[in-house]
Ligand binder design. Structure first.
Ligand SMILES: Nc1ncnc2c1ncn2[C@@H]1O[C@H](COP(=O)(O)OP(=O)(O)O)[C@@H](O)[C@H]1O
Ligand SMILES: [Mg+2]
Length: 487
């Protein structure tokens, strides 16, 4: 669907600042439709088709039924079929009249308001409703319609929409949430039943009429800012931690002076309570990762104590390897303990893993230099954990097998390269050591390290492993490709 900017540019040859004015109007016109219990339509004069009006926008009220079920936005209307709107482009003043609906022949009452920007009428806003039934209006209806008329005069005078919208306009309550109409001094002239309830939540139990919010003990900063800045202001007021009310105040301006204000109020305590619950759930997940890490460290210490009592060097080495594998899982939990939700940037896991392997290097006569390049993005815990164990095995193999003592004098260069291509993570480990044994094949490798690598990558993660001599140089090239399930 074309945006209002596209339509205004194509159909009416309107330019940047004029389009911005219309966009601002449309951003808050749900409020105006609700106050007038009517459909609102925005017309521009067609530039390529003179004698026609282009429908740039349409909003239906939530407080009444719409009279237009079809989506007409973007349609052209002959000016003769929309005489009330058409004449306002020339007369530049609010006009009223009736038109007959094309399909049903029903009469529609139209109020057409010139939308003025810096003295120029750039569009016409129409309020369209069926002729009122012959029943007396309630006080609420009369009040809302009067407020709408004040907005209409502001639009006609170019005083609305304001030059600046609040950034948090999406938070603004709707008319149905609760309405207060204030006078020029900020005193309550009218409050809707829902506004009375919202004020109740803020501790106001007396009749508010005739008093300012400040008189009633409610923080009235929102009204004072809106009146003095002459713009729409929205604030959240907290009264005790369990009550939160959003107040939004729009100053009503008449010939350059603030003649009153419209305040919308909404009790959002329940929403905030759920926010807080979610926050604390997140904190709980982090705390659990922290504890798992601590427990794993305890297991590592116990195994280390055990290995010191073992006589057999082979048994010792086996237990030491287990300690290392557990430590690599602990690194993942440590990273997750600082992350939001149950996923972490994999680079934050890789860096400490490489550091761990570097620190474990025992022979200073065979220095090995590790570098990390690229990025694998964010991985969920159930992918990051096995992948961390696998990477540790590969790095450990480099340390143990690629640079046998007495082989070379220059330091080994090991590259850990991460990459992410959509839903696939790539991890490469490339060394410039002695290379794999001549009869090596990853599919038939029987050592525990590569068995773990194969099981985790192929069976658990559904990925692939390529491990072969480096092309054009000595050393080993290993590449893992692992799919990341999108949740
Ligand atoms: N980067 C490497 N450079 C040279 N040889 C390697 C490398 N990685 C693995 N290998 C070879 O693969 C074998 C199997 O490794 P692995 O399954 O981890 O068992 P282990 O490390 O206990 O020997 C190693 O013994 C070694 O011969
Ligand atoms: Mg190994």
């Amino acid at each position: 669907m074309a945006s209002i900017a596209d339509l205004a540019r194509e159909h009416c040859a309107l330019d940047g600042p004029r389009i911005v004015h219309l966009q601002r109007l449309v951003r808050s016109w749900g409020l105006l439709a609700d106050l007038s219990f009517s459909d609102l339509m925005l017309f521009g004069r067609s530039d390529p088709h003179p004698g026609n009006l282009a429908l740039l926008g349409h909003v239906r009220p939530t407080t009444a039924q719409t009279i237009y079920r079809a989506d007409l936005v973007g349609a052209l209307f002959a000016e003769a079929d929309r005489p009330v709107a058409a004449q306002v482009f020339d007369r530049k003043r609010i006009a009223e009249g009736q038109i007959a609906l094309v399909d049903s022949g029903e009469s529609v009452r139209v109020v057409a308001i010139p939308v003025r920007w810096r003295g120029e009428v750039i569009a016409v806003l129409t309020r369209e409703s069926l002729l009122p039934l012959a029943r007396p209006m309630s006080e609420l209806e009369r009040t809302y319609l009067k407020v709408f008329d004040r907005f209409a005069r502001m639009i006609e005078a170019g005083a609305y929409p304001f030059e600046r919208d609040p950034d948090d306009q999406y938070k603004a309550p709707r008319v149905g949430d609760g309405v207060l109409v204030l006078d020029a001094l900020g005193r309550v002239e009218y409050n809707s039943p829902n506004a009375v309830s919202a004020l109740h939540r803020l501790g106001v139990h007396d009749n508010a009429e005739g008093f300012t919010l400040g008189d009633l003990g409610v923080d009235d900063g929102v009204v004072r800012s809106a009146y003095s800045l002459r713009t729409h202001v929205i604030v959240e007021i907290e009264r005790r931690p369990d009550v939160t009310v959003v107040l939004s105040c729009i100053p009503l301006v008449d010939r350059g002076t603030v003649s009153g204000g419209l305040v919308l109020a909404r009790d959002i305590s329940e929403l905030r309570r759920r926010d807080r619950l979610l926050l604390s759930k997140d904190a709980t997940i982090r705390e659990i990762h922290h504890r798992v890490k601590n427990n794993l460290q305890t297991v590592s210490s116990l195994l280390r104590l055990q290995s010191r009592r073992l006589e057999s060097p082979e048994a010792r080495a086996a237990v030491e390897e287990s300690v290392r594998r557990i430590a690599s899982i602990a690194v993942v939990h440590e990273t997750l303990a600082h992350a939001v939700g149950d996923e972490a940037p994999f680079i934050d896991v890789v860096r400490p893993l490489v550091r761990m392997v570097e620190e474990g290097l025992s022979s200073p006569d065979q220095p090995i230099h590790f570098s990390i390049i690229g990025d694998a993005g964010v991985l969920p815990a159930h992918v990051a954990t096995p992948l961390a164990v696998v990477l540790t095995e590969l790095l450990q193999n480099v340390v143990e097998h690629a640079y046998p003592t007495g082989h070379e004098t220059k330091p080994g260069q090991v590259l850990v390269e991460l990459g992410r291509d959509g839903a696939t993570v790539r991890v490469r480990v490339v060394d410039d050591g002695v290379g794999l044994p001549s009869d090596f094949a990853i599919g038939s490798a029987t050592g525990l390290g590569l068995t773990i690598v194969r099981t985790f990558v192929e069976s658990d993660l559904g990925g692939t492993i390529e491990m072969r001599p480096r092309a054009g140089a000595t050393g080993t090239y290993c590449e893992l490709l692992v799919p990341v399930p999108s949740e």
